[in-house]
Design a binder for this molecule. Structure first.
Ligand SMILES: [Mg+2]
Length: 372
């Protein structure tokens, strides 16, 4: 899905996965194109069905071939696990995880994007061994409601609402929009909300968006505190452009807001110099990990908004991104995973590796004591 916008008419188009020609496989040279099939279009009905089945099978093979080619540049984080852990050796791994499409499946109703209990257990275990933060486009409260773990740090609204640890470095604690508060368990925390002044405007836009989309069946407008999401996954495809027109039309009247495009969702957010990449930097500083060269940040996410974080890790921090996708996409990530089940496996592998290296270090220390 892509959004092309001109001044008058935004157009919602189909997914921006990479074309075969970009992957070096021009469409007329694919290994199994429909034209190469043995049946003509004038064949009888059973043959037509067989023809259709063959085309589907070939398209599947074709897609898989494109994905395999793409993986040469973005290898599976599971297949490259030894390489990843060789970078991580003797370093503190800091984990940053997106929520929707990364820890939970993408579902028709965004209120039902629950994570499995097995995934929750994997995230909890990971957080027991590595500093771990969830960075989501959802409101902080909403994502906490889904994840239900207190061992983590949470950044909602694309990082515009961060609840972080109190052992915060002075430069972060001195930030004008960073305040000391207590969490639901009474623990002292820092709250960072760089877009706080936008709250009344966001609420106003939320109400207007509900009003102007109320007669389009399937639209779901979600208030994520510092941004508003307009989900159109369940809208008839013929109405997608109408959704875009109405959202852009409204936001024209709010020059301090902008619209970004995610997976079948339009997101209205404040025009401020803040994104998931900045949130990663802020959290690393909060955790006093930013000035050290023995830290390896890893960010796992599936959406365009995660690209800001991948880019920061690639260009400024010595870490790497892992894109969750089962289709080829342009990305700033270094590695890939196909879906949340592979994310779960990756988290479990990281914990196993951590436990193993910890036991090795213990054995080594015991040996040293014995020699001593
Ligand atoms: Mg996501």
């Amino acid at each position: 899905m892509d959004l092309k916008s001109n001044h008058n008419s935004p157009v919602l188009t189909d997914p921006a996965s990479l074309s075969k020609s970009r992957l070096g496989l021009p469409s007329n040279m694919t290994p199994c194109s429909p034209a190469a099939l043995p049946f003509s279009s004038s064949v009888s009905s059973p043959r037509k069905k067989l023809n259709k089945d063959l085309i589907s099978e070939c398209q599947l093979d074709d897609n898989d071939a494109a994905y395999q080619t793409w993986m040469i540049n973005y290898p599976s984080a599971l297949n490259s696990f030894h390489l990843i852990t060789s970078y991580a050796k003797c370093k503190t791994v800091a984990l940053f995880l997106d929520y929707d499409g990364t820890l939970s499946p993408i579902v028709d109703n965004p209120d039902h994007a629950f994570m499995s209990s097995a995934m929750r257990a994997a995230v909890r275990e990971a957080a027991n061994h590595f500093p771990t933060a969830i960075i989501s486009g959802r409101s902080r409260d909403k994502v906490h409601e889904f994840v239900k773990l207190s061992e983590l740090y949470y950044a909602g609204s694309h990082g515009m609402d961060i609840m972080g640890p109190i052992r915060i470095s002075e430069s972060v604690g001195d930030h004008p929009v960073c305040i000391k508060t207590t969490d639901s368990k009474g623990k002292e925390v820092h709250l960072f909300q760089p877009a706080r002044e936008f709250l009344p405007m966001i609420n106003e836009v939320y109400k207007s968006l509900i009003e102007i989309t109320s007669n389009i069946i399937g639209v779901k407008v979600e208030n994520n505190k510092f941004c508003v999401s307009v989900h159109y996954r369940n809208v008839d495809k013929r109405m997608w452009d109408e959704v875009g027109l109405r959202v852009f039309g409204l936001i024209k009247g709010f020059p301090r807001l902008r619209v970004t495009h995610g997976r079948k969702v339009l997101e209205v957010r404040p025009v401020i110099d803040w994104n998931k990449g900045k949130a990663v930097e802020f959290l690393l500083e909060s955790l006093q990990l930013s000035q050290r060269n023995d830290v390896l940040p890893i960010y796992v996410g599936d959406d365009r908004t995660d690209e800001d974080a991948f880019k920061v890790l690639r260009e400024r921090i010595h870490g790497f991104g892992i894109l969750v996708s089962n289709v080829p996409k342009e990305t700033n990530a270094y590695y890939s995973l196909r879906d949340p089940s592979e994310v779960q496996e990756f988290l479990k592998s990281l914990v196993r590796w951590k436990k193993f290296t910890a036991s090795q270090t213990e054995d080594y220390n015991i040996d040293l004591m014995c020699i001593g």
